[in-house]
Design a protein around this ligand. Structure first.
Ligand code: NAG
Ligand code: NAG
Ligand code: NAG
Ligand code: NAG
Ligand code: NAG
Ligand code: NAG
Length: 841
């Protein structure tokens, strides 16, 4: 069979490639990441390696990029054979049949011809011959057809009549001479059946538009011309005995069938059907439906993908494996469809990979094997009856809400290390989304905030800022009962934070006559980020605002996402008013952080930004902290919220579980760990039972199911081990459900905030007891404190030295300055010492 295109497109076996360059010089391919565009299945691309610099490495790198066959010189062919490259894909280029190497034996040879030839003597044994005519005048349709009969492929230059050639190479036993044509989608699923003629083929091959021979109308039928259901043909195959064609097409909606369905063979099934369903759901999912939530909430989606992958690993019977694999494919397809990736794109990757010759070692990422070993050891101990039943997609799993149990005594060191890991985030991906937001705020200021708020929050803002004094009408919207609760909490938080403020000056005389002091000053302009999203958070406004107020910051700016009508949440306004905030920025997310960092025409610029937020807010804070044009500092890096509970057998399982769930409901990525000191089997069973009962009853049970799913119980032999583990994990929140809880406080080294005893649930600290709730997560409790009054102050130092003091200290400084070679430093002291010691001053 033959091929041509703008510049001689070869064709192997029964494949014909349209609209894609083939026989590409290696240089052109080496510049690209891979060769695939338009050549699904990858059969089509041949590359030529004919320059003297080309080596076997060039050849294997071309294979790795998806090239099917590489054309090489005789000498490079020998090298490829020695290098062990697959010789059925290395085509040796020769000037005569006699040049075809037999040792090593060539399997494909490209013979360059200057003259038309249609007959060759007997070919070397089993060599597939491809003939390339250097000039079009030497070849015609009859030549190509005659060569094809001898199973010789032909490469022709330029604008050759490819349709006529193809027609000449096909057989038909139909009286009308038309060719049977099967039509398939990129995954090979049959869409229907039609007929081709030389004229219709010509149309297809010149326009890549689907066109057929109409038997009823006796003419050219261009698919979709009236209905809009057009086709792009990117590949034509001839079957094994040359009496049937297959077009591979991308079919526009509603489909190929004149009955307005995708195929002429009834509804789709399997992955194809799933892809179509998800595509239409993405376009118009009923709001609130599960699929719509998956498309909107990547955290939920990612949690499901990981969860299903875990369940697939755990599955053992045929039916379980099929069912778990189906779940995983389902969520993987949601991720793909959400990003506009098609099933065909995925298959193209598989095909391209199959063309690679350099194999990846396939090793798992560091740590993954250790985690796997830990899980396997754990599973070996679980009785078979505890395996979770297979769950049908797409409804979320309705399995019991329960935590995995690990036994500290039997874990290896790598397994223990694995338990201390936090989930790993794709920082690069998050950064790549946040950067453009920051840039647009920097460039377009208020306009960018208005645009981004319309895009992300679906709120049309008329102005981006509400300046103090805030409208009484908004403050009046707060329920008096809520006001009084806020007032109570506010006063506790104020008291505790005021006590932390130490405005007195620390004075130390380090040597006679050498007096050093340290004193604090408020950071003048601070920005408080108060997240909106699913919950209204007046408490966060207090936790950030009260310390800032107590510290004496002169300019407090609050940023919080607005309500649908563009006004801020009244509770937030009420608190902002109490702390004397100067302005409320009506925006959330990375754009709010960027606005406060750079300042805009209406948003005041600040010096420090504090407050919790999602991954995007955190990424924005980290990026801006690094930007000298913004010049800000931040409170701390933040990850998902976490809780570690230490309990013993005397604790009340219902209280423990209520604490675990209060953390788990924050979000699907919340981390919850229970460290149980020598628990009895009965105690563990009661815990799991409570967990399921309380969890199921929560309105946010969907979220809880996911977050509890990746949390665990660790059983430890004693208190000491429990505290060691907790200190290593460094949790944001630590709750002590043990007897005499306060006695262990001296041994707690790393934790954001500690809740001591059964009557101190985390909720108290979250809202009202007085401690702040903006705490370090992700293990940063090892080196950061939570937000406190110190967050909003900085320390200055001063020194005043007398003549006597300088005389005492001067020589040491002179010596050190000499060692460092800083003459001016030395001199500044020496010049004075000289006067002092000469008695001139
Ligand atoms: C599809 O079209 C054919 C004839 O054109 C008709 O007989 C058939 O009923 C149609 N099928 C459906 C499901 O509409
Ligand atoms: C998903 O987000 C889009 C755009 O933000 C919104 O229009 C749609 O209502 C959301 N759907 C659900 C189920 O939340
Ligand atoms: C943990 O393992 C040790 C050693 O096998 C065992 O003595 C202990 O009972 C186990 N703890 C639990 C809670 O199963
Ligand atoms: C405040 O700082 C001064 C000087 O360091 C110290 O003497 C005093 O005890 C501190 N007060 C409090 C309440 O910490
Ligand atoms: C901060 O800037 C430095 C130097 O420009 C860069 O190497 C680093 O990756 C940046 N960090 C972040 C979080 O952007
Ligand atoms: C905030 O929490 C941290 C950790 O519990 C604590 O050290 C700090 O004193 C708290 N600050 C205030 C003002 O409550």
């Amino acid at each position: 069979m033959y091929i041509s295109s703008s510049n001689s497109v070869p064709c192997v076996g029964s494949v014909l490639v349209l609209a894609a360059p083939a026989l590409v010089p290696s240089k052109n391919i080496a510049a690209t990441e891979h060769v695939a565009s338009g050549v699904r299945g990858g059969h089509g691309v041949w590359a030529t390696c004919e320059s003297p610099e080309d080596t076997t490495e060039t050849v294997s790198s071309l294979f790795d990029r998806g090239v099917s066959v590489v054309v090489v010189s005789v000498s490079l062919f020998g090298a490829c054979a020695s290098a062990g490259l697959p010789l059925d894909r290395v085509c040796v280029r020769v000037d005569s049949l006699g040049d075809i190497p037999s040792q090593p034996r060539a399997q494909v040879a490209l013979l360059d011809l200057d003259q038309a030839t249609t007959a060759f003597g007997p070919l070397p044994n089993k060599v597939k011959l491809v003939v390339r005519f250097r000039q079009a005048v030497n070849v015609n349709v009859a030549t190509v057809a005659a060569l094809d009969l001898q199973n010789i492929d032909v490469v022709v230059p330029g604008d050759f009549d490819r349709a006529a050639c193809l027609a000449a190479m096909l057989n038909t036993d139909r009286p009308d001479g038309f060719f049977a044509t099967a039509v398939a989608d990129p995954c090979g699923v049959a869409l229907g059946f039609a007929f081709s003629s030389k004229a219709s083929l010509e149309h297809v091959m010149t326009t890549a538009q689907g066109a057929y021979q109409s038997r009823s109308r006796k003419g050219l039928w261009i698919k979709g011309l009236t209905s809009g259901a057009v086709q792009r043909v990117y590949r034509i195959d001839r079957d094994c005995d040359g009496d049937c064609l297959r077009f591979t097409v991308e079919q526009a909606d509603p489909g190929f069938c004149h009955n307005n369905t995708r195929t002429c063979f009834g509804p789709d099934s399997g992955l194809t059907a799933l892809e179509a369903t998800l595509r239409s759901r993405k376009a118009k999912a009923p709001a609130g439906s599960y699929t719509a939530r998956l498309f909107n909430d990547t955290t939920l989606l990612h949690a499901k993908i990981r969860e299903e992958a875990g369940e697939l690993c755990d599955a053992s019977t045929k039916d379980e494996i099929a069912s778990e694999a189906a779940d995983l494919f389902y969520f993987a397809m949601v991720k793909a469809v959400a990003a506009g990736v098609t099933l065909a794109d995925i298959e193209e990757h598989l095909d391209r990979r199959a063309k690679k010759v350099t194999r990846r070692a396939g090793d798992a990422k560091p740590g993954a094997i250790e985690r796997e070993v830990a899980l396997a050891a754990e599973k070996a101990k679980a009785s078979p009856s505890t395996t979770t039943p297979a769950t049908p997609a797409p409804t979320p799993a309705k399995v019991a809400i329960k935590m995995k149990v690990h036994n500290h005594t039997t874990l290896s060191t790598p397994q223990k290390t694995a338990l201390l890991q936090r989930p790993i985030y794709d920082l690069a991906e998050i950064t790549s989304r946040v950067k453009p937001i920051i840039e647009s705020v920097q460039q377009s200021g208020d306009k960018a905030i208005i645009d981004l708020t319309a895009k992300f929050d679906r709120v049309e803002l008329s102005s981006t800022v509400l300046n103090a004094p805030f409208p009484q009408s908004l403050i009046d919207q707060v329920d008096p009962k809520v006001k009084s609760a806020i007032d109570t909490a506010f006063e506790n938080i104020r008291k505790f934070h005021a006590a932390q403020l130490n405005t007195s000056t620390l004075t130390v005389e380090t040597m006679p006559g050498v007096v050093c002091t340290r004193f604090s000053r408020p950071i003048e302009r601070v920005g408080l980020y108060v997240p909106g999203g699913t919950a209204i958070l007046p408490s966060t406004t207090m936790m950030l605002g009260v310390p800032a107020m107590v510290a004496g910051c002169s300019e407090i700016v609050v940023a919080s996402p607005p309500r649908k009508d563009g006004t801020p949440v009244p509770e937030v306004v009420y608190v902002a008013n109490k702390i004397g905030a100067k302005a409320i920025v009506l925006a959330g997310g990375a754009q709010a952080v960027a606005a406060m960092a750079y300042g805009t025409a209406s948003v005041p610029k600040v010096d420090k930004i504090v407050g919790p937020g999602n991954q995007y807010v955190t990424a924005a804070k980290m990026l801006l902290q690094n930007d000298t044009k913004a010049m800000i500092s931040i409170d701390m890096p933040a990850g998902p919220s976490e809780l570690l509970v230490i309990c013993d057998n005397n604790a009340n399982p219902a209280y423990i579980v209520s604490d675990l769930l209060s953390q788990a409901e924050h979000g699907t990525d919340s981390q919850v760990i229970l460290v149980a000191i020598d628990p009895t089997p009965d105690f563990l069973a009661r815990l799991q039972q409570e967990l399921h009962t309380q969890g199921e009853a929560l309105p946010r049970s969907d979220i809880v199911r996911v977050s509890i799913g990746h949390s665990y119980i660790l059983t430890v032999p004693d208190r000491k081990t429990a505290l060691e583990f907790s200190n290593q994990y460094a949790p944001e929140h630590l709750i002590l459900h043990i007897s005499e809880p306060a006695s262990v406080l001296p041994d707690i080294i790393n934790a954001g905030s500690v809740f001591v005893g059964p009557w101190s649930p985390e909720s108290l600290g979250d809202y009202a007891s007085g401690t702040n709730h903006t705490l370090p997560t992700y293990g940063y409790a090892r080196m950061y404190s939570g937000v406190n009054t110190d967050t909003f102050v900085k320390y200055l130092t001063s020194q005043e030295v007398t003549k006597f003091g300088l005389d005492l200290l001067g020589d040491a400084v002179v010596t050190l300055a000499e060692v460092e070679g800083l003459e001016a430093h030395r001199n500044a002291v020496a010049i004075r010492l000289k006067d002092i010691r000469a008695g001139r001053v």
